[in-house]
Design a protein around this ligand. Structure first.
Ligand code: NAG
Length: 278
């Protein structure tokens, strides 16, 4: 934020002197105008002018954060939470190539999560929770090398964890994975152990079945594990109770053998990622 402000001040003072005009990269202007055209009046009323990063006296569009990269301004954050958006998410979102944060939660987006989101190499935070997305989560998102936080909870998503993580060659930066309150099926694949940076795995309220793989013990910094309200059977691998990082594990609402116990106490999860500040 401080870095952004410094750049913005530099950019604006240079503009004021009339030496260089800081332009927004055309690709982002075009993409956001297309997104504006397809999203309808609820966001559009606050999106004045042609340039989403602001133009002359006009401020940036609400929810749009830009930063200076080289000679251009680019869109780095888009926050459209709580806007009652009800359409499909336009594929043009994949043209905002410098996006690092995308917040679309608490709307009513329907249809599939566009695979074009996998075209955003800098994306670190992807919040799609509390919508009406259907279909499978595109496994291509696993190629996003910087993705740390993926929250698609509280949608109508189907498919399996195996569909999502394949052979485990993906999601290597991912720390927080929120898949809870969907309709995911299948089992817990061993390949979860390859998501070696995972700290939060939130799978509650799905239809995931089978045994809990002992491979989970191999995720070095796994701290919060939520398996409750699925169709798991058998026992919890002993190693999980002894895992040095695991603070909380919820397992109620499954078909485990009698005597299988949770670990830890309920806590508010919302502020666990310290980089997520609102
Ligand atoms: C997944 O992890 C296992 C065990 O550490 C390793 O042998 C395997 O090569 C990994 N697979 C991929 C695709 O990275």
């Amino acid at each position: 934020m401080a870095r952004f402000s410094a750049l913005a001040i530099l950019c604006c003072s240079v503009m004021f002197l009339g030496v260089v005009r800081c332009k927004t990269v055309k690709r982002d202007v075009k993409a956001l105008n297309e997104i504006k055209a397809s999203l309808g009046w609820r966001v559009v009323y606050a999106w004045v002018g042609d340039d989403p990063c602001g133009d002359g006296d006009l401020p940036p569009w609400s929810g749009v954060t830009c930063s200076q990269q080289g000679d251009y301004r680019v869109v780095t954050e888009l926050n459209l939470r709580w806007n009652k958006l009800q359409d499909t998410l336009p594929a043009e979102i994949g043209e905002l190539k410098k996006l690092t944060h995308l917040y679309l939660s608490f709307n009513s987006f329907k249809g599939e999560i566009p695979v074009e989101l996998a075209n955003l190499p800098d994306l670190r935070y992807l919040y799609l929770h509390e919508n009406r997305f259907t279909g499978k989560i595109p496994p291509e998102l696993g190629n996003l090398k910087n993705l740390r936080h993926l929250d698609v909870s509280n949608n109508h998503l189907t498919g399996t964890l195996r569909d999502l993580i394949g052979n485990g060659e993906c999601f290597h930066s991912l720390r927080n994975l929120y898949l809870n309150n969907n309709q995911l099926g299948g089992g817990l694949p061993d390949q979860l152990a390859n998501l070696s940076n995972l700290e939060i795995l939130y799978l509650s309220h799905n239809k995931i079945s089978g045994a809990v793989t002992p491979k989970l013990v191999e995720i070095p910094r796994l701290t919060y594990l939520y398996l409750d309200h699925n169709s798991f059977v058998g026992r919890i691998p002993d190693g999980l109770y002894k895992h040095p990082f695991l603070k909380e594990m919820y397992i109620e609402g499954n078909n485990f053998k009698p005597g299988v116990k949770s670990k830890g106490t309920h806590k508010v999860l919302d502020v666990i990622d310290t980089e997520f500040l609102f």
